[in-house]
Design a protein around this ligand. Sequence first.
Ligand code: ADP
Ligand code: MG
Length: 235
Amino acid sequence: APASSPVLTARALYARYGGFTALGGVDLELPAGRVTAVVGPNGAGKSTLFHCLAGTVRPARGSVRFGARDITRMPAHSRTRLGIARTFQHLAVFPTLTVAENVRVGAEQGRVRDAGAVERTLRLLGLDGPVRALPAAGLPTGTLRRVELARALAAGPRVLLLDEPAAGLDTAEVAALARILGALAADGMALLVVEHDLDLVAGVADVVHVMAAGRIVASGPPGHVLGTPEGASGP
Ligand code: ADP
Ligand code: MG
């Protein structure tokens, strides 16, 4: 898909926990039709940046815009209605609800009423078989990650924020996830992947930002930033 103007834009974001500065001035743009990745060591501030975009951490300074609209102070649930969906680093599904019921909850939080969203999303993620009627509790991690992704997608988002979506997945599951994320971007969605797993990032990201100590210290296409052979400034 052609790149268009950024759907979600962060400008000069600062975030603090007490006296500790977790974000020290971050600029980030998420364009439609692109997978943007943020990588970096534990404690770099990736999840804090993610929370500032999702609305679950209030930045001390700076702004977040959705299109032309300033949403810096907008609560998380309103951002979901606007078309910004997210997953959680630690899985968040309703254990007693079935797979299909979990996805329906996501559809009800969305920006449009779309009767077909639940079925379409279950199919897209291969959850339309017998598993749809099982309670989420006790399902394997790989399946739960798909349920969580389906819940987010059923809301019909224009922006999808993913915090460590590859955590707990095996190689085949990571490859399948990369294909799904690529297809969503090809459909025009803006995606952010905050990730430790560089295999997923290398396979799917259009642009990679490297964070360290609360700042973005390098940006570029994955082959450049992650230091594969054609990379000019890789480690
Ligand atoms: P990452 O996702 O890259 O591992 P985080 O954004 O989770 O980084 O954390 C960045 C820094 O902020 C870390 O030093 C972490 O210990 C600290 N931090 C994160 N959340 C909190 C919190 N709720 N209270 C205090 N410090 C926090
Ligand atoms: Mg994190």
